[in-house]
Write a protein that binds this ligand. Structure first.
Ligand code: ATP
Ligand code: MG
Length: 221
């Protein structure tokens, strides 16, 4: 399922997880709350799944899709029929009912080239909110330029994905997905979701993550 480049990206993440203390910190919880509010108020949310996400959290993707009604789309940076099928099957085994992006990736994301740009018309192409994890900065930027609201899960607060997303959850995908499922379940029906979103500032949340890392390093040293 995972391309060699994906394994390198995973290692980069593990390094940042050490810096974060391998736990879900306050800035991640704040971003999760805003992400839950955005998903609950969205019209057409889509979860974008690459090889790393399918390998790390397939069941959590299924659960998140179930509790939020979000569609699930396979979206690979290095698209081959073998990897498409492997990711598709992992999601099916995990209980995802409908998996988009395999035979129906006929639309294109402007500004991206080759196989990276292909998306499903019913999925990411028409989504108002896209949730992604371990994603490349170019693709995140292209989705934002298309007018999508992007929720990202990324351990590196300095990556271009983190810096350009609407809401960045700086946490390990293995912890962030279950946390987001819980938040959606507990916030459903709340009347103040728009207000939660209005009060959320991604710049300052990313700043908190950087200050946390900085403080932790000073303390440890
Ligand atoms: P960008 O392209 O956004 O500037 P990058 O080139 O480092 O950054 P990619 O390799 O394209 O990004 O995507 C991988 C990102 O996912 C990295 O920022 C990495 O820190 C992060 N990451 C790796 N493992 C995990 C994980 N388990 N949970 C969340 N994020 C992770
Ligand atoms: Mg990159």
């Amino acid at each position: 399922m995972v391309a060699p480049e994906g394994l390198i990206a995973h290692g980069r993440g593990e390094c940042f997880d050490y810096l974060l203390g391998e736990r879900t910190n306050h800035f991640a919880l704040k971003a999760v709350e805003a992400a839950a509010a955005l998903i609950l108020t969205s019209r057409h949310p889509v979860i974008s799944v690459n090889g790393n996400v399918a390998a790390l959290v397939p069941e959590e993707v299924a659960r998140l899709s179930e509790v939020s009604g979000a569609k699930v789309e396979v979206n690979l940076f290095y698209r081959t029929p073998e990897r498409e099928m492997a990711v598709y099957e992992a999601l099916k085994r995990a209980g995802v009912r409908e998996v988009l992006g395999v035979n129906d990736a006929t639309e294109t994301i402007p500004e991206l080239f080759s196989e990276r740009r292909r998306v499903s018309k019913e999925g990411i192409y028409s989504a108002d909110v896209v949730l992604l994890a371990l994603e490349d900065g170019d693709r995140t930027e292209a989705l934002v330029k298309m007018g999508k609201k992007v929720i990202s899960v990324d351990l590196n607060p300095l990556s271009r994905t983190s810096q350009t997303s609407t809401i960045t959850i700086v946490d390990n995908a293995t912890r962030a997905f279950p946390t987001l499922v819980k938040a959606i379940n507990s916030m459903r029906g709340r009347q103040d979701l728009e207000e939660v979103l209005r009060n959320y500032n991604n710049r300052s949340t990313l700043g908190e993550a950087l200050r946390f890392i900085s403080g932790r390093l000073l303390e440890l040293s």
